[in-house]
Design a protein around this ligand. Structure first.
Ligand SMILES: [Zn+2]
Length: 259
């Protein structure tokens, strides 16, 4: 057992929980972490540079390589895990305000979380978007063209360059999505940061938004984060164990009303 969880009597009193998830919740589903100690970008910074929007627009070879990488992405075969399932339970118990995720894999929705409850601040790999006219197409339709031999399939409407509907390096976040994330951080009484190094803005700053608006902060992450010192509890146990246990602790109280 994690000692902090048994001590924290306030956990079952959390009525409105906002959860921030990062790559760590999806590694159990076989999706590699990009920024962790063993991360793809940590070990190969050049790979990070290649995923900038400028090189994507300027270099057809970068686009061809990107389409092949999308076709082979482990996310297509991935299944949600116990961590994702625990957050579905939290929603069914009526305690979830929102899931803000840095992940693009769509596994929260696959697990059964309501699409309306999931705020994807870095976008989704499950759609393609035209960078000229903004047309959105389900990614499998575009990948079928790649599989059939089109190395860099143009937009069917305007002929423009397409990419996955994700935020690349050098690309601004969607302001409406960001506003929804900030609102969810400010209007919870418990903010759970799960599987994120909390080193990338704006995700990291959302922790402070929550704390400054009166929420308790619990961090579940294998490595230390810059926000551990402001957290009410920090758990280092694997997410697949820690998150289901924490959710069942939060959901202990039935009936509502009393504080
Ligand atoms: Zn277009």
């Amino acid at each position: 057992m994690d000692a902090p969880l048994t001590l924290n009597g306030w956990l079952p009193q959390a009525e409105t929980v906002t959860v921030l998830t990062g790559a760590g919740i999806s590694t159990d589903s076989g999706i590699p972490d990009f920024r962790g100690p063993q991360g793809v970008w940590t070990k190969d910074p050049a790979a990070a540079a290649l995923s900038s929007i400028d090189s994507y627009l300027a270099d057809p070879e970068v686009r061809r390589r990107s389409w092949r990488a999308r076709l082979d992405h482990p996310g297509w075969a991935a299944e949600p895990n116990r961590g994702h399932a625990a957050l579905v339970e939290l929603e069914r118990a009526g305690r979830l305000r929102a899931i803000i995720t840095q992940n693009i894999d769509g596994l929260h929705q696959s697990a059964g979380s309501s699409p309306s409850a999931v705020i994807e601040i870095h976008g989704t790999m499950r759609d393609a978007i035209c960078l000229s006219c903004g047309l959105r197409t389900p990614m499998p339709e575009v990948l079928a063209r790649v599989g059939a031999g089109e190395e860099d399939p143009p937009c069917v409407s305007c002929g423009g360059i397409q990419k996955s509907a994700t935020i690349s390096f050098g690309q601004a976040l969607d302001p409406d999505v960001l506003a929804a994330a900030i609102a969810a951080a400010r209007s919870c009484d418990l903010f759970l940061a799960v599987g994120t190094s909390l080193t990338v803005q704006p995700a990291a700053g959302l922790c402070l938004e929550a704390v400054e608006h009166g929420a308790r902060l619990v961090i579940i992450n294998a490595q230390p984060t810059p926000y551990d010192r402001v957290a009410d509890a920090v758990l280092r146990t694997p997410i697949g164990e820690a998150l289901p246990r924490l959710v069942s602790r939060v959901c202990e109280k039935t009936g509502g009303g009393a504080r």
